[in-house]
Design a protein around this ligand. Structure first.
Ligand SMILES: Cc1cc2nc3c(=O)[nH]c(=O)nc-3n(C[C@H](O)[C@H](O)[C@H](O)COP(=O)(O)OP(=O)(O)OC[C@H]3O[C@@H](n4cnc5c(N)ncnc54)[C@H](O)[C@@H]3O)c2cc1C
Length: 394
């Protein structure tokens, strides 16, 4: 039987840094993913899903020795521009006034997975099992959990970490349910080629139908998340690329010049869900297995990285005094206690943004506009907001 200190199920955005950081500290890690191979890198530069990470997340990746493997394909965010379509109020956050080289970076999801999967496959403390999933979890004794894989192989671990995404089998096997909030919105995601350089500016526009975010990517390319009602998303997804580009240009204006080409599109329903418990017996849920947020503030993965850091720190990662039993009840209880405040705050903020800036009938537009204006003019408030956006807590 394969016995490890830490068993990570799911080698995606959250699972790979979790496994690598644990291995870096000297724990023996088994990493399992249902995909038989890492994703193929796209040939078309417009065929990419992206994620924005704040500078606090970059510091975590540096701490775990992973940033060098990722930074070559990451785009700096030098400025964030938030505005409400058709109203005066706007907010600008600039890296230099916040005293950082970049407010954050935009990473390309598949590049991230490919780069970190390569590191994991080579790491002497990681056994990487591909093309497998969990079929059952049981307690063998007080110190270990037994995990059976689909192939019949049995694994034994002190700490089981579920980073296996929204439909987590670890969460299901641990008997943990979820709470759902349906925002009655869908997100259209794709990349858009633009004629003017973006200069590292990320844009968030609050339109009457919902938020529209443009994240800068390497080259003259932006990554779009456009939130709207499910009916509107269905209609727009039936339209031709040319029609969508025209509509988008009308919504966004000319700041990026002409919007010239659209990459492959995906439409996803926007919901929030949270696992009713983030830990169980020798088990922790991280990333989407634990919580999925509305993408309006780009906080989901940043929060997940801070959760990973919180768990690692309770396991003794930072002090160098790593626990011989990383899955003990005490460590897991301390992890929950440590992380709950930040998690609640981010969920509240994201929820408030998703609801406040949605639709014509919610908070009057001029009040929202005034809020943005006030935030832009009041330096301490803007700096506090910037720190939160970059992922710094406290
Ligand atoms: C439209 C949109 C935009 C977003 N933008 C941002 C942003 O800008 N900034 C930000 O911070 N966050 C953002 N997020 C959130 C971010 O995408 C998530 O936090 C992130 O994808 C979580 O990654 P994960 O590793 O938990 O899940 P996933 O990336 O889904 O990885 C799950 C992994 O588990 C594997 N797996 C699944 N099931 C099994 C199984 N049964 N057995 C074994 N392996 C399994 C899969 O193969 C995969 O490798 C956004 C989300 C959305 C929807």
């Amino acid at each position: 039987m394969n016995t490890s200190d830490v068993l990570v199920i799911g080698a995606g955005l959250a699972g790979l840094p979790t496994a690598l950081a644990c291995a870096q500290a000297g724990w023996h890690v088994t990493l399992v993913d249902e995909n038989p191979a890492p994703p193929a890198l796209p040939v078309d530069s417009l065929d990419q899903r992206c994620t924005a990470i704040g500078s606090a997340s970059v510091q975590l990746l540096q701490r775990w020795g992973l940033w060098d493997a990722i930074k070559a394909n990451a785009q700096r965010i030098q400025q964030v521009h938030v505005a409400q379509q058709g109203y005066l109020g706007s907010l600008r956050l600039r890296a230099e006034e916040c005293g950082v080289a970049a407010l954050g970076y935009v990473i390309e999801n598949r590049q991230w997975v490919v780069a970190l999967a390569e590191l994991a496959a080579q790491h002497p403390n990681i056994t990487f099992v591909r093309g497998e999933t969990v079929v059952s979890i049981s307690e063998t004794d007080a110190e270990y959990l037994a995990v059976s894989l689909e192939s019949g192989e049995s694994l034994s671990t002190r700490l089981l970490i579920g980073t296996d995404g929204v439909n987590s089998c670890v969460r299901a096997q641990a008997g943990v349910s979820q709470n759902h909030v349906d925002y009655d919105q869908s997100g259209l995601m794709c990349s858009v080629a633009v004629s003017k350089p973006h200069n590292g500016v990320a844009f968030e526009r609050f339109t009457p139908d919902g938020p529209l975010a443009f994240l800068p990517r390497p080259g003259n390319v932006m990554s779009l998340v456009w939130c709207m009602s499910p009916d509107a998303a269905e209609v727009i997804n039936q339209a031709s690329d040319e029609e969508i580009l025209q509509r988008l240009q009308a919504e966004f204006g000319q700041r990026l010049g002409a919007l010239t080409e659209l990459g492959p599109r995906t439409v996803v329903p926007l919901i929030r869900f949270e696992a009713t418990a983030q830990t169980g017996r020798r088990t922790a849920l991280l990333g989407n297995a634990n919580r999925l947020l509305h993408p309006v503030a780009g906080q989901g993965f940043n929060l997940a990285l801070r959760d990973i850091a919180g768990l690692l720190d309770e396991m003794g990662w930072r002090t160098g005094n790593k626990s011989a039993d990383p899955g003990s009840d005490e460590i897991l209880a301390r992890f929950v206690e440590r992380r709950t405040g930040d998690q609640r705050e981010v969920v509240w903020l994201t929820d408030a943004l998703a609801r406040t800036f949605r639709g014509r009938a919610s908070l009057p537009a001029h009040v929202r506009s005034l809020g943005l204006l006030t935030l832009d003019k009041a330096t301490p408030l803007r700096h506090a907001f910037a720190r939160r956006t970059m992922g710094y807590t406290g």
